[in-house]
Write a protein that binds this ligand. Structure first.
Ligand SMILES: Cc1ncc(COP(=O)(O)O)c(C=O)c1O
Length: 476
């Protein structure tokens, strides 16, 4: 191992102690407390002290951007541009061909693209059955949506992809697929999908919300057949939870689109009769942007780059291998998405599972109340995918749908999801597996009841935690 690699690994190890909130003690059922174990990183990651420090440092210089003449406005504008250039480099985008547009999250980025993409009449968006709702619902408003099917292990059926591209040739204007699933952790071969999309005359958009924190992204130059035309991701999933999202897009495709929103910051000149809009990216960033959030994202990217993808990926793969091995020892536990082959290059540290005979929401509640472990349960905003993974047939799906519409969520199908970030280590997996073993042995301490309206479980007769003791909104 080179000394630089050693240093970078040491930097990664130190990060654990730098997680903001790493020392948070949470109450446990029956008394006592423990340090919170955060295995909910696929939803949102915490941030690091060094990212916070950058934000504070920037706040001394903070000012609005958009050509103010004061020193603070000038420097804030320069920092904002530097951050944009850093984001472009992070995803291998050349700012000549691509525009980096800041939004508030992946959902907004995809909605924006859906609104400004120059769809023709009868256009088809080819997406897949493994998408987050944010990469499904926006397209329905603007095009016909066709879904690529799945293989039995929950991965994308590439044969079906090629078949649908061929069948719909001339109509598929955009392929919109996830870079990695937020349910099974499957990583898609985005450049191969892109190559085929381009050969069929379509562009491709990758939902990189899960991919960006865990794998390098290279959009590649436009003359590369496997290049990515558009990507979207969220800073809050990559250690910068300050409300920024990113849409990186092909300038040529979006240049002439009617701007999504109009107002300040995106016009060259306005008269009473006319308005001349600026070029991208400003054209798509109406109003004052989230400058602080952008600085935080750039700082988090800087931190990830310091450590390097080789070190991050090797660490996360070790952790996933360890987690899969340990989870396999829990009786009655099923992990969704290729758990046995340990093909870790194709799998993120997103582990969705169920325990035989136990409601997913009950398992998640016990992990929280008795283990101090943060996971998530349910369908993870990917209802169609979850129904496939769980083999829920159409009749059962219709029955549950009726119940949900009648405000009863007690039979919602789903799973428990544990997801790792680069700061997690084996002790977090041990905490998870230890608590799951207790549950499997039927030795949990509490009695729990389901609240049908929310579909969640809570300990019987237990008051909600005293949240106000942890936080009040008044500044001191
Ligand atoms: C794959 C995927 N796409 C899109 C989203 C939406 O991200 P956001 O809530 O930041 O808009 C998520 C969030 O979990 C996701 O996992």
């Amino acid at each position: 191992m080179s000394s630089s690699e050693e240093q970078r690994r040491a930097r990664l190890e130190r990060l654990r102690g730098e997680v903001v909130g790493a020392d948070l003690e949470v109450p446990l059922l029956g008394g006592g407390s423990r340090r919170y174990v955060n295995l909910d990183n696929a939803a949102s990651t915490p941030t690091f002290r060094s990212v916070m420090a950058k934000v504070e440092e920037f706040l001394r210089l903070y000012s609005n951007v958009h050509r103010g003449t004061g020193f603070k406005s000038q420097i804030a504008s320069w920092i904002y541009d530097e951050a944009r250039a850093r984001v472009a480099r992070f995803v291998g985008a050349n700012l000549v061909d691509k525009a980096v547009i800041f939004t508030k999250n992946t959902t907004e980025s995809i909605n924006k693209l859906a609104r400004i993409f120059p769809f023709g009449p009868g256009a088809v968006v080819l997406t897949s059955m493994m998408e987050h709702h944010s990469n499904e619902l926006p397209w329905r408003r603007h095009a016909d949506v066709v879904h690529v099917g799945l293989r039995p292990d929950g991965s994308l059926d590439q044969g079906d992809y090629a078949k649908k591209l061929a069948e719909l040739r001339g109509r598929v204007e955009l392929v919109a697929v996830t870079g990695a699933s937020n349910v099974s952790g499957w990583v898609n071969p985005v450049h191969e999908l892109a190559r085929q999309a381009h050969a069929a005359g379509a562009k491709i958009m990758i939902d990189a919300a899960q991919l960006a924190p865990h794998r390098p992204i290279d959009m590649r130059p436009p003359d590369d057949p496997g290049h990515l035309d558009f990507i979207a991701f969220s800073a809050h999933k990559m250690y910068a939870p300050f409300g920024v999202g990113v849409l990186v897009g092909d300038r040529a495709a979006l240049r002439d689109a009617e701007p999504d929103m109009v107002g300040g910051g995106m016009v060259d000149i306005v008269t009473i009769e006319t308005a001349y809009f600026s070029d991208l990216p400003e054209r798509e960033e109406a109003g004052t942007p989230n400058i602080v959030g952008v600085v935080a994202l750039a700082a988090a990217i800087g931190l990830m780059e310091q450590i390097g993808w080789d070190v991050i990926q090797a660490h996360e793969e070790r952790l996933v291998r360890y987690a899969l091995e340990r989870l396999a020892q829990i009786p009655g536990l099923t992990v969704y998405g290729q758990p046995k082959e340990y093909d870790l290059g194709n799998r993120l540290g997103v582990l969705s599972f169920n325990m035989a005979g136990l409601h997913h929401a009950l398992v998640a509640a016990i992990l929280s109340y008795e283990g101090g472990i943060g996971v998530r349960s349910g369908c993870f905003c990917a209802h169609p995918y979850m129904l496939c993974l769980l083999n829920v047939d159409a009749r059962e799906a219709a029955r549950v749908q009726r119940e949900i519409l009648g405000r009863d969520r007690s039979h919602v199908p789903g799973a428990v999801r544990a997801s790792v970030g680069l700061y997690n280590d084996a002790s977090d997996i041990d905490a998870l597996v230890g608590c799951l073993a207790t549950i499997a042995a039927g030795q949990q301490r509490g009695q729990y009841e389901m609240h049908p309206e929310t579909g969640t479980y809570a300990p019987v007769g237990q008051e909600p935690p005293p949240f106000a003791r942890y936080f009040g909104l008044d500044a001191s």
